[in-house]
Ligand binder design. Structure first.
Ligand SMILES: O=P(O)(O)OC[C@H]1O[C@@H](O)[C@H](O)[C@@H](O)[C@@H]1O
Length: 283
């Protein structure tokens, strides 16, 4: 079966492959569904997410650029591209043959207008490669202007987990991290377990493995072009404080984000390009 262009709840590209499902919205070039054939959904999507042009989607893979968090300019949090309407550049559909679908979106300053937080020309390109074995995501930023630009970015991936309190995350042992909850810099010792609000920016370029005993699966999160891995779960109080996040939904998700933020911000001279990639695979 070929992919479809859909409009409900937002315009985008959607496909079924066996019992699997793939989906991207043009709003934010937002990958919101990756479910390989025969598997449970790999990406988490809040049942309380707004599907509105002026709000980000809660779940899936928000594209964060050109700043991470509040940024120097304040609003909007995590940059302006996750609520921008991207342009569908291309698709390559080999679903019938091998269960694969490639979807490419682009965005540039002509589409978003001159923004205070990034008053220079840029082109952003997002490629989602859906396969039965993995989801591959590439975010490419080109400096198409005449000024040096410095930015932060991230693929803010929300993973679906059986119960976050039972999950262990390996691959970050020995890495230093900035703990956004306490404001302290720490060094990770051993695997990560989630026992409270967790909001950490690790300095790490390596692969992370999420062991999920409740769903009985292991997810391998590989990446390149990324100096930081962000691990985020809001836990009880923060979940309650977010209108687009169900009070009890925090147990079913964990963000493992491929990022370049804080000291890891990227600087591009005119004509230069940066590629951030993340691959989420079932082990
Ligand atoms: O609510 P938002 O803007 O989508 O952000 C969610 C979270 O995103 C994480 O990446 C940040 O580290 C957290 O501090 C933040 O709370």
């Amino acid at each position: 079966m070929a992919f479809e262009t859909t409009t409900n709840p937002m315009r985008g590209v959607e496909a079924k492959h066996g019992s699997g499902h793939y989906g991207v919205f043009e709003h934010g070039a937002h990958i919101w569904s990756y479910q390989p054939d025969g598997q449970a959904p790999v990406l988490w999507l809040s049942a309380h997410s707004a599907f509105s042009d002026d709000q980000p989607i809660r779940g899936g893979v928000p594209v964060i650029f050109p700043w991470f968090g509040p940024g120097e300019e304040g609003d909007p949090a995590h940059g302006f591209v996750r609520t921008a309407t991207w342009h569908l550049q291309d698709t390559k559909d080999t679903l019938e043959r091998d269960g694969r679908l490639l979807v490419e979106y682009e965005l540039d300053q002509a589409m978003t207008g001159r923004q205070d937080g990034l008053p220079h020309r840029y082109r952003a390109y997002l490629r989602a490669k859906f396969t039965p074995e993995y989801l591959g995501i590439t975010l490419e930023i080109n400096n198409t202007g005449e000024n040096v630009i410095t930015f932060e970015n991230a693929l803010h991936t929300y993973l679906a987990v059986g119960d976050v309190r039972e999950v262990t995350v390996s691959g970050l042992d020995g890495a230093t991290y900035f703990d956004k909850v306490t404001g302290e810099t720490q060094t990770q010792s051993g695997d990560i377990t989630i026992t409270g609000e967790t909001d950490r920016v690790y300095t790490s370029e390596g692969e992370v493995v999420v062991h999920d005993p409740v769903l009985g699966r292991t997810l391998v999160i590989a990446k390149s072009g990324s100096a930081n891995t962000v691990v985020w779960n809001p836990w009880v109080d923060k979940a309650k404080a977010m209108p687009d996040f169900g009070d009890d939904e925090w147990t079913g998700m964990l963000c493992i984000e491929a990022a370049n933020c804080r000291d890891g911000a990227i600087t591009l001279r005119p004509g230069e390009m940066h590629q951030l990639r993340q691959r989420i695979a079932l082990a």
